[in-house]
Write a new protein. Sequence first.
Length: 752
Amino acid sequence: MENATLKLRGMSCASCANNIEEAIRSVPGVEACNVNFGAEQAAVSYDPSKTDVAAIQEAVDEAGYSALPIQDDVLAPEDDAERRERQAENQKLTRRVWVSGVISAVLVIGSLPAMTGLPIPFIPMWLHDPWFQLVLTAPVLFWAGSGFFINAWKALKRHTATMDTLVAVGTGTAYLYSLFPTFNPQWFITQALRPNVYFEAAAVIIALLLLGRLLENRAKGQTSEAIRKLMGLQAKTARVIRNGREVDVPIAEVVLGDIVLVRPGEKIPVDGEIVEGSSTIDEAMVTGESLPVKKHPGDEVIGATINRTGSFQFRATRVGKDTFLAQIVKLVQQAQGSKAPIQRLADQVTGWFVPAVIAIAILTFILWFNIMGNVTMALITTVGVLIIACPCALGLATPTSIMVGTGKGAENGILIKGAESLELAHKLQTIVLDKTGTITQGKPTTTDYVTVNGTANSNELKLLQLAASVERNSEHPLAEAVVQYAQSQGVEVADVQEFEAIAGSGVQGYVSDRWIQIGTHRWMNELGVDTSALQQQWDKLESLGKTVIWIAVDGKVEGIMGIADAVKPSSVTAIGTLQKMGLEVVMLTGDNQRTANVIAREVGIQRVFAEVRPDQKAATVETIQSEGKIVAMVGDGINDAPALAQADVGIAIGTGTDVAIAASDITLISGDLQGILTAIQLSRATIRNIKQNLFFAFIYNVAGIPIAAGILYPVFGWLLSPIIAGAAMAFSSVSVVTNALRLRNFKPVGNR
């Protein structure tokens, strides 16, 4: 299965998005399709053995629209052609708004005597002459508003209907009706009817709709501001060393293995590893860390971060679409193009919206004509219904908020993979925190080393060498703490044979023909190893909240090591705030119960799952879910990946492994638990914003269509002018997008 993202052109409303989605899904081999009207994109999953992107594009073309694949290199400079196209579209709309606006103003002034029924001396007679208005209205409808009629005709040929259909039928009806009293006013007079014309209504409606579309385009352009900001972070050039010379090359020409030179104050162009020199680097723009980080040879550097002090050289390890920044941009783009479950109702409504409105308009005309016998009144109400109905507001309500919300998340160091995760985060009831690397720093250090006195192997350095030699083959953070401690004591590790890691228990192997086993107290008991010699020291270390590992040589305990992992400074505050928000916070750890309880008390957690092996973490999350709770799992290790996938929302610490990040729904780039607060607050703010948009869109249409149909006329004797209906329709979608843009002012509350 392969995925493709297409940039769509020609959509005018949410009904168009539905038409494109149906067209793409009809292509054999397409497994899934998601068309986002706000982002003007289609995300497609397809079987490459049955179809390809070209066939999907052809289906979109046949549906009356166009599609272009989005380039794979997400950090390529912004597509100049696309930018010029958007600017040209806005310039074209601007010209048409001005022309139609000026003509409409002249027509309205000329129609004032007919509207008011009073002579207005300063308005010349020829201004309200029907023939003059007919000629003046023509360029507004058939030049400025030509797009509405062209798109309506395309939809008709496809046996579908869109918002353009409503506009074309509404304004076209007003224009065509006005031709009759213009060509034969005497007939209307003999029928006791006023020979009214509605040229000004058709022109003003077109002008207002064009103005609304222009404002909407400009507002929608601002929803992708976060993407543009992220892309703007990257350096434009890199100074590489080739053939012994320093050469400035465009960033796109940097290749893996290039040695890149960075001077103070410059941006780091790509990801890499320092090979010479040292410096402090400001990583705030990518990780959210406010303080510069010291870097030395062997340390990794991230592209787009800023070198503050020294000069250094680094080897490029990730370039182009593989850089850390490119992955962030890609995740944000995917999230912005995804659909939230809350949008399903709006999608269902827009599927039948336009045909339903046309049916209501026809029914309105029939009813009023039969009841009142007045074709003018029937016409006004019919045009009003067609013009005021707005599927765009429904189509834009959710995607615009999602685009702004996910972009705002990226600005705050939170990567949200999809709209569904963003929506679900506001419903969370329980937060499960893995201890190591999540609540704690994830950099355990050996603080205590105790050996059994009076045995043949009581030599501390010799035992330390045996232990470190085995642990060197393990990737566990505790193993790293043992090896680092041994190195600090000047101990050199030896070769190991038959090394084996037992998940959740320990490691074992032969060193110099000695059988070494290092692991938990539980494992020692399972092995039948007597631990009584160091039981008292073990009790003391565990009471201090330290993790204790046992060292056995040839089946006999020879020593223990106390390892401490400091709690992150932000953990206590973040956990306390989560609890104040009404969330249950649970700690999950492989440590024994007593050690776990000490850490839990320190950070204020009441519920603890201790001695949980890596293969049991997902089951533990499932147990909490079985209590009817919506659960988020927060972790950073490879062994956290199944639990992250099991949770309703998986939250990965960005400083952790790629596997954990890949399995998660949300990634906290900085590794600070304060990011959980921000993610939940952002989710709540975004969903609140979406609900406001949907409420306005539904209420607007539910109330506006009956009012335009004349429901108030029997009570108040008042009909809605088609001009007012056009103005309301034009600004309904603008108001939805503008409300979504308020999310750009989001600021997390309660964070440091």
